[in-house]
Design a protein around this ligand. Structure first.
Ligand code: SF4
Ligand code: SF4
Length: 104
């Protein structure tokens, strides 16, 4: 399990650094976030949910989305859209209500 941070989308707000329970994410010399200890990521998805710029993608296991599948999160006022990009580049979107997120 691990994540990938797109430097072109990252604005250096540090939210992902603050929420990562393993202190795995750092800032580089350009002020952009990067994951320093990718092997230690256990996939809690806290950083994905916190990034308002969809700069973080999470690598899914082959049993979930197929080889090379990735997950990212887009936030709206009321929802979180969990977008799975499969190996064939097709997307599956799962929408959750943010106000009821503790039910999931
Ligand atoms: S939360 Fe997103 S935009 Fe902010 S530092 Fe992390 S990756 Fe960059
Ligand atoms: S998924 Fe969780 S453990 Fe992994 S880098 Fe993000 S916040 Fe840290």
């Amino acid at each position: 399990m691990s994540i990938k941070i797109d430097k072109n989308k990252c604005v250096g707000c540090k939210k992902c650094i603050e929420v990562c329970p393993g202190t795995l994410i750092c800032k580089d010399e350009d002020g952009k976030a990067y994951i320093k200890y990718p092997k230690n990521c256990w996939g809690c998805t806290a950083c994905l949910k916190e990034c308002k710029f969809s700069a973080i993608e999470y690598y899914l296991g082959a049993d979930i989305g197929g080889n090379g599948a990735k997950l990212k999160v887009l936030e709206t006022i009321d929802t979180l859209d969990w977008i799975i990009t499969h190996e064939n580049n097709k997307n599956t979107t799962i929408t959750t209500n943010r106000k009821e997120s503790n039910k999931y």
